[in-house]
Design a protein around this ligand. Sequence first.
Ligand SMILES: Cc1cc2nc3c(=O)[nH]c(=O)nc-3n(C[C@H](O)[C@H](O)[C@H](O)COP(=O)(O)OP(=O)(O)OC[C@H]3O[C@@H](n4cnc5c(N)ncnc54)[C@H](O)[C@@H]3O)c2cc1C
Ligand SMILES: *[C@@H]1O[C@H](CO)[C@@H](O)[C@H](O)[C@H]1NC(C)=O
Ligand SMILES: *[C@@H]1O[C@H](CO)[C@@H](O)[C@H](O)[C@H]1NC(C)=O
Ligand SMILES: *[C@@H]1O[C@H](CO)[C@@H](O)[C@H](O)[C@H]1NC(C)=O
Ligand SMILES: *[C@@H]1O[C@H](CO)[C@@H](O)[C@H](O)[C@H]1NC(C)=O
Length: 497
Amino acid sequence: MRQFMYVFLFSFVHVLSESDFAKFDGAPPSKIAVVGAGIGGTATAHFLRQHFGPEVRIDVFEKNSVGGRLATVSVNNQEYESGGSIIHSLNLHMQDFIQQLGLKYRKSVAGKTAVFNGEEFILEETDWYLLDLFRLWWRYGISFIRLQMWVEEIMEKFMRIYKYQAHGYAFSSVEELLHSLGGSGFINMTRRSLSESLLELGVSQRFIDEIISPIMRVNYGQNISIPAFVGAVSLAGAQANLWAVEGGNKLVCSRLLKLAKANLIQSQVTSIELRSMGDYPQYEITHSSQDKKTSEVYDIIVVATPLQQNVDTGISFQGFEPDLPEMPGSYHQTVASIIHGYLNCSYFGYPDPKLFPFSSILTTDASELFFNSAASICPVNITSGFRRKQPQEAGVYKVFSPKPLEKNELKTLFKSYYSVQVTDWLAYPHYGSTQGLPPVVLHDGMYYLNGIEWAASAMEMSSVAAKNIALLAYHRWNRQLEMIDQKDLMHKVKTEL
Ligand SMILES: Cc1cc2nc3c(=O)[nH]c(=O)nc-3n(C[C@H](O)[C@H](O)[C@H](O)COP(=O)(O)OP(=O)(O)OC[C@H]3O[C@@H](n4cnc5c(N)ncnc54)[C@H](O)[C@@H]3O)c2cc1C
Ligand SMILES: *[C@@H]1O[C@H](CO)[C@@H](O)[C@H](O)[C@H]1NC(C)=O
Ligand SMILES: *[C@@H]1O[C@H](CO)[C@@H](O)[C@H](O)[C@H]1NC(C)=O
Ligand SMILES: *[C@@H]1O[C@H](CO)[C@@H](O)[C@H](O)[C@H]1NC(C)=O
Ligand SMILES: *[C@@H]1O[C@H](CO)[C@@H](O)[C@H](O)[C@H]1NC(C)=O
């Protein structure tokens, strides 16, 4: 046996431990449940199908709409993104989904951005990229280059995850995953504030206040005290090469469910109860729709919705000894208002709207403004003749704010409007409301996807977590422990074929 393993080890084929042989003719799981049909849950169903094969039944529970925080609202028969909207060109899982699902890219329509401090624009994008670079250089000196190099280095390390996952490696915690990508430096970045990290890097306070802080406000509705890791993800998303899904990002979710041949059960999971212990425990899910309660037993469960108390998923965990710990921290409120109307350009210092050149307005922190950002937005289906509305025309705008806009606030931002549609999101973690990262393994066969959001919340992060959990569940079921939390993966994937 020992010699046998030795041979395996040095030919770099997956090493098997003794228990694997006992398990080899063991049965595969017969039923798997995923709770939540956002991008996290639907991607998990897809990856579970890939790894566990065609026989296992996969049920996906959704109490609301498929897509979760990917959603659209309709204005004049056109749909607009109200939740997660932007995808980075290096988000490889999202790219893969688009291709496998036969969906199309929706490129962003050009438009200029400016930063508003409550009184005036302090930074304005021009037509000429070189001029912008020159201005940035003039205003902030070396900060801009330092920042770019910092973000690029982090992205490069983060991209290792795709290689590790392609080789089948899984991680039993968010810490292990981050550590394998960027060592203790990555873990530290989830604990230190962005501002501290950037100041240490030599980025100027002015640059932080005038550029970094507005980006954090538009992406996460929070200030520069958020952890450096999510800050870096957010800054990567502020670079060029962004896209979205034609027809709406939520299409990825519904199509993934179909591709996975998963059963969508439109029902709210109210309890998950441990039914039998032993090597392969089982769990009973009780769910309720239209006052009808139904229960069913599963071998593996993936919880793909935030479990923080203020999110109020309505799931109670029963029969676990000791009780499952409550998830500390809370989710951050961000309100997305989709407004059809005339922007009040006077408010921004442009009495003549014809001269107003910007399509996106970011804001600084100092101003204590009632909104985080305001932008003219494009529908999810763009026809070939599409052009952005000019500021003197009625257009569709998205305003992010920490609270629902009051009538007088709407009347400050808009000269007049036809409609306002409000989506009040618990959008992403309220960073800093807890220290440490939530667990991935809740019990032998029960997993939690959304802990990854405390490192950074984005569609791609949920997709990375989905692939990880599918691999983790598969290896744990088959007792292939050498595929979990392996050290020195950089070296291993280089030498494996
Ligand atoms: C306003 C806003 C802007 C954003 N912008 C971006 C962006 O530009 N780019 C980006 O990458 N990300 C962005 N994000 C973040 C991104 O949308 C999320 O990280 C991602 O969509 C989370 O997906 P998820 O599947 O993990 O969770 P969710 O989408 O929240 O899915 C969880 C699902 O579980 C369901 N559920 C909950 N409890 C139960 C229950 N008891 N029974 C059954 N079902 C249940 C919920 O109804 C929900 O559908 C943004 C988010 C918001 C809100
Ligand atoms: C991360 O923090 C720990 C503890 O403070 C420290 O020992 C380690 O050197 C840090 N890692 C990096 C890469 O800075
Ligand atoms: C950032 O916001 C938090 C509350 O969310 C607050 O406690 C903190 O003081 C703010 N930091 C700065 C630098 O404004
Ligand atoms: C929008 O785009 C999606 C995806 O390409 C397509 O399925 C849908 O029919 C389009 N809708 C309209 C109204 O054109
Ligand atoms: C528009 O902004 C100006 C300048 O701040 C303000 O006086 C006015 O009341 C705002 N609203 C309308 C409807 O013009």
